[in-house]
Design a protein around this ligand. Structure first.
Ligand SMILES: *Cc1c(COP(=O)(O)O)cnc(C)c1O
Ligand code: SF4
Length: 323
């Protein structure tokens, strides 16, 4: 029997890939209780277990430093609840709405704000999309619907189809954008049924991937990216600047080139949101700016991601000003 992506996801959630993690010197079972360790077998294969500082391992390892509670770090650093217009729908930026289509992910990234709402985060359950659809219908200026989460690709293609069927009834919506880590952490998800779904509607299609380090671009991930490209997706990437993972201009410059080679443009480089229990990923803003200045010197403009910070109540993402 061939394994489906759903099987792989179930295996990940059962935590069958974590034995090697437990052997790591900084592994903390208590940290694992604060936020369950979850990786897929594809991620597992990309980790170099002989390297204590492996950039993938550090993104997923329940680390002893998570037990440190730091001042100025919060469980909801972005404050999105303020802009929630109906359950699961965030209308904060002009012309675009963000639909929290799923509360689940294929992996648990240790630095994510979701660590504080793994189950309880308000999202739009399938049977409650009606309210979101009605809201969009009534707002003529909304031309783009962004599916986010969690990870929207944890939903089945059938569920996605029922959502796009409803979006297609709204004249002014032209673009569907998906923010997902799944093409690179669970590449088998981008299979035939996904292809059939994504070819079934005429909206502009944008996929914003989430890759922090070139080591995440496995051969299977690259195949998934090529498939998305052939299906007509515009491919962008967002990264988070993380201490000990990618806090180096050389690593990020190489990532930009590597993404471009496979048809993906760097879009955002996020300054780390001050998420409680993840302060060991934070680096001083002055250091972040130094890294970015190096990147700016070495990269053509189209391969330089925008350095941004999410700020509660702002009408767009805040670009960090760099000379
Ligand atoms: C990032 C984000 C968007 C999309 O912003 P773009 O500038 O179009 O990338 C929309 N809504 C929310 C709440 C966001 O955080
Ligand atoms: S995939 Fe994205 S939303 Fe999910 S845990 Fe990782 S960073 Fe958070």
């Amino acid at each position: 029997m061939t394994k489906t992506w759903q099987d792989s996801l179930k295996t990940a959630l059962k935590g069958n890939n974590q034995n090697a993690m437990r052997a790591h010197a900084d592994f903390s079972p208590q940290a694992g209780q604060l936020f369950a360790p979850v990786v897929t077998s594809s991620v597992n294969k990309q980790i170099n277990w002989l390297d204590d500082q492996d950039p993938l391992l550090l993104q997923f390892l329940p680390h002893v430093d998570e037990l440190t509670e730091a001042a100025d770090f919060h469980s909801d650093p972005v404050g999105d609840h303020l802009s929630t217009v109906v359950p699961g729908l965030i209308h904060k930026y002009h012309g675009r709405v963000l639909l929290i289509a799923s509360g689940s992910c294929a992996v648990n990234c240790r630095y994510c704000f979701r660590r504080h709402f793994p189950y309880g985060q308000s999202y739009a359950p399938r049977n409650h999309w009606q309210a979101a659809i009605e809201y969009i219908k009534q707002h003529q200026e909304i031309h783009e619907v962004i599916l986010s989460g969690g990870d929207p690709l944890t939903l089945s293609d059938k569920t996605l189809k029922s959502l796009t069927d409803q979006l297609l009834t709204i004249q002014q919506v032209k673009t569907l954008r998906i923010h997902s880590r799944i093409p690179t952490v669970l590449p088998t998800r981008i299979g035939n049924s996904f292809a059939i779904w994504s070819e079934s509607f005429g909206l502009n299609k944008v996929m914003v991937l989430h890759v922090n380090h070139s080591n995440e671009l496995s051969n299977d991930a690259i195949k998934a990216i090529q498939k998305l490209k052939s299906l007509g997706f515009t491919l962008l990437n967002q990264s988070v600047l993380l201490k000990n993972v990618n806090d180096s201009a050389a690593v990020l410059i190489e990532l930009s080139h590597h993404l471009f080679k496979h048809g993906v443009l760097p879009y955002y480089l996020h300054l780390f949101d001050k998420v409680q229990n993840a302060s060991h990923f934070d680096l001083p803003e002055s250091h972040a700016i130094e890294i970015y200045q190096q990147m700016k010197k070495h990269l053509p403009g189209y391969l330089l991601p925008r350095l941004v910070r999410e700020e509660a109540g702002e009408p767009s993402k805040s670009l960090i000003n760099i000379k």
